[in-house]
Ligand binder design. Sequence first.
Ligand code: UDP
Ligand code: MG
Length: 313
Amino acid sequence: MGLAIVVPCLNEEPSLRRLAGRLRRTLREITEDFEVVLVDDGSTDGTLTVMRELAADDPRFRYVALSRNFGKEAAMLAGLRHAEADVVGIMDADLQNPPELLAQMVKLLDDGYDQVVARRDGKGMSWPRALVTRAFYRVANRMVDVELRDGIGDFRILSAKAVEALLSLEEINRFSKGLFSWIGFDTAVIDYHNVWREDGRSKWSFGKLVDYAVDGVVSFNNKPLRLAIYLGALFTLLAFGYAGWVLADAVVNGNAVPGYVTLMCGVAVFGGIQLVILGVIGEYLGRIYLETKRRPHFVVKENGPPRSSGALP
Ligand code: UDP
Ligand code: MG
């Protein structure tokens, strides 16, 4: 059985060598026929240099360097496309995904599962982040048709069938948590303790997380648009009711001029709602625009020797 491990890396110079050592040790015990596909997602430190060295030392290590930072989703896709083995695993470079778990995961795959995912517990997360995470899953699960679970990230192993299914999804805006869930298949879950990041910094800022949450909701269905319709209908109803009342007041009581306060409130409320709804529509429109351009997901700058070429000593 061929096994490929895809590792997206952005500025992971401090941990990459250690990760490579641990990967080599664990993978050797699983199968001799493994490859590691390191993806450099436009790092600005020495990550690419380390990758070149690793690939030169061990032909089972290959790398793909992207021309700039395309984001983790694109980096993972690049790795999946370049992996030659049937079974493909995906993990982070920062040692937060313990490579030692891979043995158990592969075993479950052999038992007939097509996806095996590792779920970390929430320990070691800063509290604002834990809060955002929890809120994210609560909102996302209500809005999204596929099921998303806390602690389940991209650390997983996929069978050949699952990889093929994943690669057949060509959308530009990739929300991988949703994609993994969308392709379906029998999925096994393994739990592990969260590990603190030892070197470097998490590339996720607070703002990025919020963006990610919006992405998760918008890229998977059009419920926000539906919500806009309901909201619009509700307020139209209220507005007609109120208009009737104002009209009656004017005709019956002769109260035509007062009403500056209600006027201003009305203008403000409806202005706000309209802007939000316009934003929702714009968000979808923007996505349609991006998708119609059919641009590639990433651009490759440099490519470590493919395994089949036999270019290495
Ligand atoms: N990563 C990447 N491109 C990016 C951001 C992150 O390839 O634009 C990689 C990063 O090098 C790491 C993994 O994705 O291997 C997860 O990133 P990080 O540890 O920053 O995320 P967290 O674990 O905090 O969710
Ligand atoms: Mg991390």
